[in-house]
Design a protein around this ligand. Structure first.
Ligand code: SF4
Length: 334
């Protein structure tokens, strides 16, 4: 059963911070905060369109929900209550900062039928968090995650790849620390440098030098398969397509099919390992391998890039479907 969200974007209201990369108004693609009536209209339209309501959540994204001024937060929560319950949507999803979670707020969120909480962890390295003005430490992510779990909410963690002052070692350390927390879901966001942010100024002055695009695709591919192989569902890999982002991006790693690029990379590496293991390093010729039926096009690569890549090395790959083979795995076939 696939999950869906009724997305409501809350711009940068209430958040006391200005993280180096954040221009929340651009990311949300909206300038004004929705009124209670706006929220009811969005929900009402979705209510008529979505058949499997139990597997859908009303999702407040874009800002730091629990840092919003209390009256407005209550208005938002109140506005969606009539769309929940027996025949309504399955619950509410919110995203917030790890230092804006405590017993009082979690008790309130529970009362208003919030089901899932996502925390913007971004990095689990304290010096990286500090360099990017996050205003919290990695221990806040651990503590808030434990508290959220204790209250029975679904836990999601969001992380960024390619932040200012984040080394390759830092990226993988962050991944390992998140795996240790073992959230239900993860979102991987490669950094996008937006005009007007502090990161844009660091980039323009030469203080921040982004890694090559290809390196970041490789790191995100490793993370995607590591998280999934550890039973953590990666629900997003790459920033969502929006004209605001493309128009205001001055550097970084935006691509409309970023996840597909990462999945292609996963299968290219797996295929290379298979060839070396079974045919040797100098092999040229044909090779046939099986993947999960949902992964045939991923194995061939984004726009058949893997097929073309191996062809240019004298190897013709043939991919067959086998539902016994797990996602992000492959097996040799004769
Ligand atoms: S905490 Fe979130 S909303 Fe606030 S400045 Fe940072 S990224 Fe933007």
């Amino acid at each position: 059963m696939s999950h869906s969200n009724v997305s409501i974007f809350i711009p940068h209201i209430g958040c006391p911070n200005m993280c180096s990369f954040c221009n929340q108004r651009i990311i949300s693609g909206t300038q004004t905060a929705p009124t209670g009536e706006d929220v009811r209209q969005i929900c009402s339209q979705a209510f008529n369109e979505i058949k499997d309501k139990k597997n859908a959540e009303i999702a407040f994204f874009g800002g730091s929900f629990t840092a919003i001024e209390n009256d407005y937060m209550m208005l938002l929560l109140e506005s969606v209550q009539e769309f929940l319950g027996e025949d309504g949507f399955g619950g509410i999803r919110i995203s917030t900062r790890p230092d804006c979670i405590d017993d009082k707020i979690l008790t309130l969120l529970k009362k208003y039928k919030v089901t899932s909480i996502e925390l913007g962890a971004q990095s689990m390295q304290d010096d990286v968090l500090e360099a990017n003005n996050r205003g919290h430490k990695s221990c806040d992510v651990v503590n808030a995650s434990n508290l959220i779990r204790n209250y029975g909410f679904e836990l999601g963690l969001q992380m960024m790849v390619g932040l200012y002052k984040s080394s390759l070692q830092d990226e993988y350390d962050t991944m390992r620390k998140i795996i240790r927390i073992h959230p239900d879901t993860v979102r991987i966001y490669p950094v996008v440098v937006l005009a007007g942010t502090e990161l844009a100024r660091f980039f323009e002055s030469g203080e921040y030098v982004p890694e090559p695009f290809d390196t970041i695709v490789g790191i995100c591919a490793d993370m995607l398969s590591e998280f999934e192989n550890n039973g953590i569902s990666v629900i997003k890999c790459g920033l969502h397509a929006s004209e605001g982002v493309e128009g205001d991006m001055v550097a970084g790693y935006y691509h409309p099919a970023f996840r597909e690029l990462c999945e292609s990379r996963i299968y290219r590496s797996l295929t290379e390992q298979l060839i070396i293991q079974h045919k040797g390093t100098d092999y040229v010729g044909k090779i046939c391998f099986a993947v999960n039926p949902s992964c045939i096009s991923k194995a061939l690569g984004h726009k058949k890039s893997n097929y073309d890549y191996f062809k240019s090395h004298g190897i013709e790959i043939k991919v067959v479907a086998d539902e016994k083979v797990l996602k992000y795995k492959c097996e040799l076939r004769r």
